[in-house]
Design a protein around this ligand. Structure first.
Ligand SMILES: *Cc1c(COP(=O)(O)O)cnc(C)c1O
Length: 375
């Protein structure tokens, strides 16, 4: 079976280091708000070349707390892409604010800059950018949009640890970056975990207060907060894995290039277009495929694991149901497929997957042959 993520294989590879790190935390009973968490926060801030990092309980919490820290007026609106994981929208709604969805572009998976502008009104307070699949959004275009307007920008980097735009890490371009360390993400904990990064001390302080019971010190609770902390064991695992992240991202890029090389002449497959100014972390390798559903069944039968990220737009989910249509995102939901990518795979795996994809199209609808036959 060729898997899209193989966390067991990854664990076996780093087992000694991870086991040691976890045991150190247990021996030191360094479970909450201790050295281990501080160390990860320091290292993850350094990794992103940013001043502050706050570990929290999940990527969803990172978004929710980041939004809360701005104290937006009631009924404010926050703009977001309709093609994301649902957490991006939940974080807005759970702050009693209104999510305003935008379609994505036609030729990439990023939020449509045109629709952002169309949706801005006097109630708009912020935009959430999602670097979906690890592919960075066009930061230059967003900068132009927010320049003359007083809008906050939150980068949802849950899929984009280590992704770069103009050689600078995503999550660092605007007010705040939110990360998820869900196990299957490129940098994953062994449970739920997340982080907020910022260069703004005020935002960092406010988020720290919110995430730790509004507590300034042990018995002083300044605001009504909550409990959302990155625990010491998860932090130790993340610190261990962080050392490998760049190597793993390079491997993903190598595999992505191999996919492109093998699939570029296949008319039924549309490869991802990555902004030339950026480096993608390739959390997913997403292509558009003719006869997507049949292709998926075929590959799965050949022991190749695939996923759809995502089969529905957020507004096609009952929780956020809208009758309005989002043409590009809805088209993608029906046509995209995520092919296996990850540090556990070899070039030969990618070659095999591509040969199977070719075989599927040869068998099922061979455009070339038909053309020859009728010509
Ligand atoms: C995974 C993910 C989240 C949520 O992260 P959790 O840690 O699972 O809460 C948010 N946004 C995007 C785009 C994600 O992929």
């Amino acid at each position: 079976m060729i898997r899209n993520t193989d966390l067991f294989k990854q664990y076996i590879f780093i087992k000694e280091e991870v086991d040691k790190a976890v045991h150190e935390v247990i021996y030191a009973t360094d479970f909450i708000n201790g050295k281990s968490t501080k160390e990860f926060e320091k290292q993850f801030a350094e990794y992103n070349n940013v001043k502050y990092c706050l570990g929290v309980n999940s990527g969803t919490d990172a978004l929710e707390i980041a939004i809360q820290s701005f104290d937006f007026p009631k009924n404010s609106e926050i703009i977001l892409p309709v093609n994301s994981f649902i957490a991006t929208a939940e974080a807005i709604s759970n702050n009693q604010l209104k999510p305003v969805f935008c379609d994505c572009n036609k030729n990439n998976y990023s939020i449509s800059e045109k629709e952002i502008i169309e949706n801005i009104n006097e109630k708009t307070v912020a935009i959430i950018l999602v670097h979906l699949y690890g592919y960075p959004v066009n930061i230059d275009k967003i900068k132009k949009i927010v320049k003359k307007r007083k809008l906050k920008v939150i980068e949802d980097c849950a899929q984009a640890h280590g992704s770069k735009y103009r050689n600078k890490k995503v999550g660092t371009f605007f007010d705040v970056g939110a990360f998820s360390f869900y196990p299957g993400k490129n940098l994953g904990a062994y449970g739920d975990a997340g982080a907020i990064i910022s260069n703004n001390k005020k935002i960092y302080k406010k988020c720290s207060l919110i995430a730790n019971h509004g507590r300034e010190n042990k018995n002083e609770h300044i605001i009504i907060g909550r409990n959302s902390r990155l625990d010491g064991i998860q932090a130790a695992i993340l610190t261990t894995k962080l050392k490998y992240l760049n190597k793993w991202i390079s491997k993903r890029n190598l595999l992505a290039r191999e996919y492109s090389k093998n699939l570029k002449n296949l008319s039924q497959i549309k490869l991802p277009i990555i902004n030339s100014k950026s480096l993608s972390s390739f959390h997913q390798f997403v292509v558009q495929a003719k006869k997507r559903d049949q292709l998926e069944l075929f590959l799965n039968k050949e022991q190749i694991e695939t996923n759809i990220h995502y089969p529905k737009t957020i507004t096609q989910q009952p929780a956020f149901k809208e009758n309005k249509h989002y043409k590009n995102a809805e088209f993608f939901a029906k046509n995209i497929i995520s092919l296996p990518i990850g540090e556990h795979l070899k070039i030969s795996d990618i070659k095999y997957i591509c040969s199977q994809i070719e075989k599927f199209y040869e068998k099922n609808f061979n455009d070339n042959k038909k053309r020859v036959a009728s010509g």
